[in-house]
Ligand binder design. Structure first.
Ligand code: NAD
Length: 469
């Protein structure tokens, strides 16, 4: 078993060769990440193109076996990977955080390894037969964000490899070490060139999007960057899966058993300290239970320990970077200036570290306030009062984004009826953000297009081919 120090030593470079990566909580340097160039990218793409045919020729059973071996290794090195992830990303080891994320890497990898995508007979009559086969596409470019860096890298890499593609992955410039370490584990088992991590800045990301050597780009990140990737894809006609930003609404219906759903609701909002694409980011609560929900969330916010991720017991961490800290602070300051009620939090927590922001519940706020209309991506929830369910649905749908949403209520059938009217890729009932490797995940509207996970995810990294006779 490799220790974290060894993994970090293996993937890191010396101070004069690389970029310092801070511990998200303390801001001390934990290591130096290589800063790869466009020439490095070109070399990685050339290696991927050279390696892909033989990888594809291995066939599904052999690739599946290798991916399961990689999952064994990730599980063997899980604690070391989690410690590195916790330091670089900021999420605590405990709670639904770093250990949970590394565990999910194994689960999603095994799912991609074991899911079977058979050819489909799409027409058979009058002596004619047409079959739809799923071939490898070639080389996939995977570009990821900083919030769930390892898990999202696996979501992109695992199905791509399973289908016989080679992959060049570019982690976020904020969390390169975690992904480089993960790729290091993969590469103990993969032939040279099949998977390469390019740890570059945004320019390298932009170069991937327009590179003629890619057949598919899997992108997870902001809507603004997603738009640029669509533009770039005009040049190479790369297929795209775009998992973009969200501003997920939750609607609490009248008659909800608030105590029964309280903790699930809390984590639907504050998972990864709110830095989750499909977290609940604006909560509409019927006036009959408004104060009860606000008080319940505030109580939980005060009770959940926040602090440095390596310290046992913490379940909430810092904002990952200065830019995100400034966005969160700016949105709460604006809400306060508009007269919204800061029920708890609403300020930095400097005694914990430079980028900690207290878990915050904001009440008496309306649509039109930036905290409601924009993605805060931090430990803050605006709670909005409504009177009429139709109006709550209209307001939930008023966003340009449509990643996830949730409906909360004791009458599940009534909640499902409301869910059917909400414009989102997933609508959860009495839950939010609960993903499952068998269930397709993706956004609608400005939250992107394409689906990941399970059979749908394998199809997304394959080239459909009809054989008709
Ligand atoms: P970001 O768009 O700033 O960066 C994402 C990645 O894109 C980084 O690796 C970056 O280097 C790269 N990049 C930057 N410019 C590029 C360009 N022109 N072409 C190609 N790549 C480029 O996003 P972020 O700040 O890292 O992540 C936060 C955002 O991601 C939030 O909006 C969040 O909702 C979203 N997100 C979505 C999902 C999802 O599954 N839908 C998951 C996680 C995060």
């Amino acid at each position: 078993m490799t220790t974290t120090a060894t993994l970090l030593e293996t993937v890191g470079v010396s101070a004069d060769e690389g970029r310092a990566i801070p511990d998200a909580a303390t801001r001390e340097t934990i290591g130096y990440a290589p800063v790869h160039t466009i020439a490095d990218l070109d070399a990685a793409v050339a290696a991927a193109r050279a390696a892909q045919p033989a990888w594809n020729a291995l066939g599904h059973a052999e690739r599946s076996r290798i991916l399961n071996e990689i999952a064994d290794d990730i599980e063997a090195d899980a604690e070391e990977l989690a410690v590195l992830l916790s330091r670089e990303q900021g999420k605590p080891l405990d709670g639904p955080n770093a250990r949970f994320e590394v565990g999910a890497c194994g689960v999603w990898l095994r799912n991609a390894a074991d899911t079977v995508l058979e050819p489909e007979v799409v027409f058979e009559a009058g002596g004619q037969r047409a079959e739809l086969h799923y071939d490898a596409l070639g080389v996939v470019g995977a570009i990821g964000p900083w919030n769930w860096p390892m898990m999202i890298a696996v979501w992109q890499i695992a199905p791509s490899l399973r289908m016989g593609n080679a992959v060049v992955v570019k982690p976020s410039e904020y969390t390169p070490l975690s992904v480089l370490a993960l790729v290091e584990v993969f590469n103990r088992h993969l032939p040279d060139g099949v998977l390469t991590a390019i740890s570059g800045d945004r320019e390298v990301g932009a170069a991937i999007a327009g590179h003629s050597g890619f057949d598919k780009i899997m992108f997870t990140g902001s809507t603004a960057t997603g738009r640029r990737i669509v533009e770039s894809s005009a040049s190479n006609l790369a297929r795209l899966t775009l998992e973009l930003g969200g501003n997920d609404a939750g609607i609490v219906l009248p008659g909800t058993d608030v105590a029964a759903v309280a903790e699930t609701l809390f984590w639907g909002i504050f998972l990864n300290t709110g830095q989750t694409c499909a977290a609940l980011k604006r909560l509409y609560v019927h006036e009959s239970q408004y104060e009860e929900v606000v008080e319940t969330l505030a109580r939980l916010a005060q009770a959940m320990p926040m602090g440095r991720g390596l310290d046992a017991g913490n379940v909430l961490g810092p904002l990952q970077n200065e830019k995100q800290f400034a966005i969160v602070k700016g949105l709460v300051d604006d809400a306060r200036a508009r007269g919204a009620r800061i029920v708890t939090g609403g300020e930095a927590a400097p005694e914990l570290g430079p980028l900690f922001y207290r878990t915050t519940v904001v009440a008496d706020i309306e649509d039109g306030a930036p905290l409601v209309d924009e993605e805060q991506f931090g430990p803050v929830i605006p709670v909005i009062r409504y009177t009429d369910v139709d109006d709550a649905v209209r307001r939930a749908n008023a966003s340009a984004q449509g990643l996830g949403a949730s409906v909360w209520g004791s009458d599940v059938d009534a909640a499902v009826e409301v869910a059917r009217r909400i414009e989102a890729g997933t609508v959860w009932i009495n839950n939010h953000g609960a993903i499952n490797p068998f269930v397709p995940f993706g956004g609608t509207k400005a939250s992107g297009y394409g689906h990941e996970f399970g059979v749908h995810g394998l199809k997304a990294v394959a080239s459909p081919k009809v054989i008709a006779r």
